[in-house]
Design a protein. Structure first.
Length: 314
């Protein structure tokens, strides 16, 4: 069974405009509001794939009540740790033939008591699960080593952590002796981590393979570098793989990394082969890209696109 962590959830609001006019009134042709935050996108896709999943993290305020109503509508099980402050809004303005402008609120500040409360919740409940995904940013009040504390607790309970974060929170998770089971940086995040320059259009696979053998990654069983339309480059223990995906009709790439993590969680939870785990992840990522909704897939197309993904040893 899978548990997903979203420490800084939001109400995601997408406004569709023909043209964004600065310093003028803009009237949206469509508004979509969803329970957001990267971890909840992961949760939704796992649920749409027909698997059991529970969402946790912090939640609070009137926006938090609205978020839980949206999860209820989707039939998603949740066990949030409640805080007194409001969660945040995240606004995406879709305009001018697919351009996207985002306005992201910072979210609540977590106090010491709420930090302890979540760690106690996690210690008490983590053994119910085999896989835990951690996604996205930390709210204010939690130091960048917070995810490392979560990883240490999970390790004591033989639970696998799949970590998808960036910046200092990712760097901090690589320092302690206990490491996440899997990390999933994209090309920008792995470039920052390795002080290198990788882009989706210009990947030097030999260089990336060499750098992924850096001692900082020692103890991490899976490293999945997301490469957009180029698929992914994957290290599993000492072996390397290229995932090659077909050309598809891209509607919106937003949430595809989260959907990829959902596929990885399913494959690892169900002890699929390495190849099938990678193919599942690439397929859920692609299906989200083909949808206008974030953290959404059409499961009826899964088998068709699963067969189109190629995994090659490198």
């Amino acid at each position: 069974m899978i548990l997903t962590l979203t420490m800084n959830p939001s109400i995601d609001m997408a406004y569709s405009l023909d043209t964004l006019k600065i310093d003028q009134v803009n009237r949206a042709s469509e508004v979509i509001k969803t329970a957001g935050g990267k971890g909840l996108n992961v949760t939704r896709v796992i649920k749409m794939m027909g698997r059991n999943v529970t969402a946790t993290g912090y939640n609070g305020g009137n926006l938090g009540a609205f978020l839980e109503k949206k999860l209820d509508d989707d039939g998603i099980q949740y066990e949030f740790v409640k805080i007194n402050d409001e969660i945040r809004n995240s606004i995406a303005i879709i305009h001018d033939n697919g351009m996207q402008t985002e306005i992201l609120e910072p979210g609540p500040t977590i106090n010491k008591e709420d930090k302890i409360k979540f760690l106690e919740y996690f210690k008490k409940n983590v053994s119910r699960y085999s896989v835990v995904t951690i996604s996205g940013s930390l709210p204010k009040g939690l130091d960048t080593s917070f995810y490392s504390k979560i990883i240490e607790i999970a390790d004591k309970n033989n639970v696998k952590i799949l970590l998808d974060t960036s910046g200092e929170a990712l760097k901090e998770s690589l320092i302690p002796e206990k490491k996440p089971f899997l990390i999933k940086p994209n090309e920008a995040e792995i470039s920052q981590l390795l002080d290198a320059q990788y882009t989706e259009e210009n990947i030097n696979y030999d260089s990336l393979k060499e750098k992924l053998q850096n001692d900082m990654f020692k103890g991490i069983e899976w490293i999945v570098v997301s490469l957009g339309a180029q698929g992914a480059f994957v290290k599993v223990n000492g072996d390397f793989y290229k995932a090659i995906i077909p050309s598809i009709n891209v509607v919106s790439p937003v949430g595809s990394g989260d959907s990829t993590l959902a596929g990885l969680a399913i494959g690892i939870d169900e002890k699929m082969s390495i190849e099938d785990t990678i193919k599942t992840a690439m397929t859920t990522g692609m299906l989200n890209t083909m949808s206008s909704k974030t953290g959404y897939i059409d499961k009826s197309k899964f088998d068709e696109y699963f067969k189109k993904v190629k995994v090659e040893e490198y």
